[in-house]
Design a protein around this ligand. Structure first.
Ligand code: AMP
Length: 538
């Protein structure tokens, strides 16, 4: 039984580490937004995740059910994640800034049976709960007592649950983690992973990030996204590594103090955060004691060469850019220590990963030429499906190649260079935003007749969300209306999807079948030639 249990991610990240003699080792140093620290050992992780697993089972959760966390970064998030996986239910994670529409799409599509959240966020769930017939219960981390029917107190259920739990044999194909990702059309798609993803996450955590048991590691990613689960939970804990998790937001001085005080040796962050640091006063960095810091990694958006030059000058270290996506589950194309970096390049494929740059007809393009970035199928952490959307899943594969949706080129020396997306998805501060989702939220605003949303280049965020808005005749553009529109998108979709720029216009260009021509809007925004507009209706 132990043999098979080894493939369970929850088991490997806690029980197995205790069995290896690491029970008293710090697994997570939790630092809250005010800077106060609490250490959790691997034995604590084991006990808390066992309690959570037992609590789920006593509330009727079964193998294959879908359970979500909807929390900011906080210790309970980690216990719930591992505990859910131990029961062989699927754990989905939701970004805590999501608004009602975003929640409804994800909880509704997945048929989630339960969710763990906190009082301030529960309000959003309460407003849509009637539309979620499968959602049987909600757990509130800050509820001292059960709140109402089906709204349970975390402290009560954890106190009543045993800290002993036997993980049942788990096949590599048992579904594990669920993250929703945005496309340029339709609703977000539920990317489903399996417990058998573990070898990819372990191999890349060791082979790219270079983590060993002696490291102290900090990953800034939120657990709502794949980096936060693959490299903020699974990879490091499966290798017995101590992680620092910080509940505060961006603050350059606090971050440098944390790197120094906690003696972080490996730091995984993102280009927008690094670009924000680059704008700060130099003395914050020249005064920081970063003696323990061995390497810095980045993921999520292109990393500008200027950021690497800044880091080399002030932090005295390279930054290793890495490329992967929700669907790949683990790092595919990274820069890593030991291989000279080419600033601006995503690096070279990880061991066992075979990328190709293919033309739309599937033929390989020559080195130096732009094409679709594809991956030969078959690495362990490859997603299993898009939940309830097999046709979208199938459309991503052709002749044994997975089409990533990115365009890239390879140079003569085998380095890969990101060029862009082959669809209209917007990447703002590393978060993929669907223009369709923003347009849908905009259409709910009474004054708006139609809208078209694009991503436009931005120095800080890589791309910003720009909304072209056509008002009904009886309404006039105004500052107040702009605020109303922004608030609405923030409440319905999320704060990151909120348009940075709103452009009032007389009509939205569409083709004859009514499809919004975002390409034309983008050209208009950039002052470029929109190309062939012969199929345009407006
Ligand atoms: P997600 O699935 O939300 O993690 O987003 C994955 C997408 O983010 C990729 O398909 C790329 O478009 C983008 N991305 C991730 N890492 C990088 C990188 N290192 N350089 C450029 N784009 C990246």
């Amino acid at each position: 039984m132990k043999e098979n249990s080894h493939k369970n991610i929850g088991y490997v990240c806690s029980t197995l580490q205790c069995d290896r003699g690491l029970g008293s080792k710090v697994a997570m140093r939790w630092i809250d937004a005010h800077g106060s620290r609490t250490d959790f050992t691997f034995a604590n992780l084991e006990q808390q995740s066992n309690r959570f697993a037992n609590a789920l089972v006593s509330n009727g959760v079964k193998k294959g059910d879908i359970f979500f966390t909807f929390l900011p970064k906080m210790p309970e998030q980690f216990f719930a994640f591992l505990g859910t996986l131990k029961t062989q239910a699927v754990c989905g994670t939701l970004f805590s800034n999501f608004g009602e529409d975003a929640l409804l799409d994800r909880l509704g599509d997945s048929g989630a049976v339960g969710i763990i959240t906190r009082k301030s966020l529960y309000k959003k769930v309460a407003r849509i709960r009637e539309q979620l017939p499968s959602l049987r219960f909600v757990i509130l981390v800050d509820g001292e007592d059960d709140f109402a029917a089906g709204v349970l107190s975390y402290s009560r259920i954890m106190a009543e649950a045993s800290d002993q739990y036997t993980v049942l044999p788990t096949s590599p194909d048992t579904p594990s983690v669920l993250h929703y990702t945005s496309g340029s059309t339709g609703k977000p798609k539920g990317v489903l992973h399996r417990h058998g993803s573990l070898p990819s996450q372990m191999a890349t955590t060791a082979g790219v990030l270079g983590l060993t048991e002696d490291d102290i590691y900090w990953c800034t990613a939120d657990q709502g996204w794949v980096t936060g689960t693959s490299y903020g939970i699974i990879g490091p804990w499966s290798l017995g590594v101590t992680q620092v998790h910080y509940g505060g937001g961006y603050d350059a001085q606090a971050w440098m103090d944390l790197l120094a005080a906690e003696k972080i040796s490996v730091w995984y962050s993102a280009p927008t955060a690094l670009r924000m640091l680059m704008r700060e006063e130099e003395k914050i960095f020249t005064g920081a004691n970063l003696a323990s810091l061995r390497s810095i990694f980045s993921v999520g958006e292109p990393l500008n060469p200027e950021v690497i030059a800044w880091s080399q000058r002030l932090l005295k270290r390279d930054i290793y850019d890495t490329w992967f996506q929700t669907e790949t589950g683990a790092i595919m194309i990274p820069n890593r220590p030991g291989i000279p970096i080419r600033p601006g390049s995503m690096g070279k494929p990880f061991d066992g990963i075979e990328p190709a740059i293919l033309a739309d007809d599937g033929t390989p393009v020559g080195d130096g030429e732009q094409g679709n970035l594809c991956l030969k199928v078959g690495w362990p952490s490859m997603f299993v499906t898009y939940l309830n959307n097999e046709s979208a899943y199938n459309s991503k594969f052709k002749n044994g190649w997975y089409y990533t949706g990115d365009t890239a080129r390879r140079d003569n020396d085998g380095y890969y260079w990101f060029m862009g997306r082959s669809d209209d998805v917007i990447n703002t501060a590393g978060h993929l935003i669907s223009p369709f989702e923003v347009e849908s939220a905009l259409l709910e605003v009474e004054e708006i007749a139609e809208s078209g949303v694009i991503g436009a280049p931005d120095e800080l965020l890589f791309e910003k969300v720009v909304a072209f808005v056509h008002l009904h005749e009886r309404y006039q553009p105004s500052k107040d209306l702009e605020i109303k529109i922004r608030l609405h998108v923030s409440n319905r979709a999320s704060s990151i999807a909120t348009p940075q720029e709103i452009i009032f216009c007389e009509g939205i260009p569409k083709n004859k079948s009514g499809k919004i021509m975002r390409r034309v809007l983008k050209a208009r925004y950039l002052g470029e030639d929109p190309g062939d507009t012969s199929t345009l209706e407006i």
